[in-house]
Design a protein around this ligand. Structure first.
Ligand code: GEK
Length: 244
C-alpha cells in the first residue's frame, strides 16, 4: 500500500481534491485518518448478506476505490443483483475500475459491478435494497443533502437499507474539543506529523462540512426512513443505518 505523505511534502495551500495523487495513497489515507473505517467496511459486508434481496440493485455512492463495493459483493447471498459504484473523481474511477477488474478475475461472486463516473446528486437510483454513503455526504453542500437523501429513499425498495457514515460535530463545544483532540492524537499515533495534520485540516476547511448526529437522523426521518440507529461511533466519526 502506498504511504500517504501528501501533506508532508505537497503544496499546503490548495483546497483538498480527489486527484491522482490522492487516489494513489487513498487506502493508507483512510486507514490512518478515519477512526473506525475498517469496521465500517466489514459491517457493510455483513449488512449486504442480511439486506440485499434477489434481483435488486445496490449503490456505493462516492465509491472512491470501491472498498464498500467489494465488501457488498462478497456479502451478497442472493442472485441477480447488481452493484452500481459511482464517484465524480476521474482518478478514483480509473483506479476503481482496475481494482474491480482484478476482483472479477479472482472472485467467484456472481454479482455484477458497474463502475460509473458521475455525480451522486443526479444519479438514478432504482430498485435498491442497499445504498452506501460511506463518508461521502459530508463533501456535499449543506443545502444539497436533503435532496440526495430523498432521491435515495425514493429509489429504495421497502425494507431496504441505507448505510450513512460521516464525520460529525458534537453539539456540546467542550465535548467537541475533546473529540477533536482525541482524533488528533489518533492521527499522531498513526504517524502523521502535527504539521501534516494541520495542513490537511486547512485543506479540508469548507470542503468537508460535518453536521451533528441529530441533524443526520432528522434528515433521514424527514425523507421517510422509518428506523435509524448509530451502529458505530469512534471519536467524531459515526456510521448510521436506516431502514426504509
Ligand atoms: C470508501 N466511500 O472507501 N458525486 C460523486 N462522488 C462524490 C461527490 C459527488 N457529488 N462528492 C464527493 N464524491 C469510500 C470513501 S471518500 C471519503 C469515500 C473521504 C466522492 C469523492 O470523489 C471521493 O472519492 C468520495 O466521495 C469521498 O468507503 O475521502 O473522506
Amino acid at each position: 500500500m502506498s504511504e500517504d505523505n501528501i501533506y508532508a511534502t505537497g503544496s499546503p495551500d490548495e483546497p483538498f481534491c480527489f486527484n491522482a495523487g490522492v487516489a494513489r495513497v487513498f487506502p493508507d489515507m483512510l486507514q490512518r485518518s478515519i477512526p473506525g473505517y475498517a469496521a465500517s467496511i466489514e459491517a457493510i459486508g455483513s449488512l449486504a448478506a442480511r439486506y440485499v434481496t434477489a434481483g435488486s440493485n445496490c449503490y456505493d455512492l462516492g465509491c472512491s476505490l470501491g472498498a464498500a463495493t467489494l465488501a457488498m459483493r462478497q456479502g451478497i447471498r442472493e442472485s441477480g443483483c447488481k452493484i452500481v459504484a459511482i464517484d465524480m473523481a476521474p482518478a478514483m474511477i480509473e483506479r476503481c475500475k482496475e481494482i474491480v477488474a482484478e476482483n472479477n478475475r479472482q472472485s467467484a461472486a456472481p454479482t455484477t459491478v458497474e463502475v460509473v463516473e458521475g455525480d451522486i446528486r443526479t444519479a438514478d437510483i432504482t430498485n435498491a435494497s442497499m445504498v452506501v454513503l460511506n463518508y461521502t455526504l459530508q463533501f456535499l453542500g449543506l443545502d444539497e443533502r436533503d435532496a440526495v437523501i430523498q432521491r435515495i429513499y425514493d429509489g429504495m425498495n421497502a425494507g431496504g437499507l441505507l448505510v450513512l457514515s460521516e464525520k460529525v460535530v458534537d453539539e456540546d463545544p467542550k465535548m467537541e474539543r475533546l473529540l477533536f483532540a482525541l482524533h488528533h492524537e489518533h492521527k499522531r499515533r498513526n504517524d502523521y506529523s502535527a504539521l501534516e495534520i494541520s495542513r490537511k485540516r486547512a485543506a479540508l476547511e469548507n470542503v468537508l462540512i460535518p453536521e451533528t448526529v441529530a441533524a443526520h437522523r432528522q434528515r433521514l426521518n424527514g425523507a421517510g426512513f422509518s428506523h435509524s440507529a448509530v451502529w458505530l461511533r469512534y471519536f467524531n466519526f459515526v456510521s448510521i443505518i436506516a431502514i426504509r
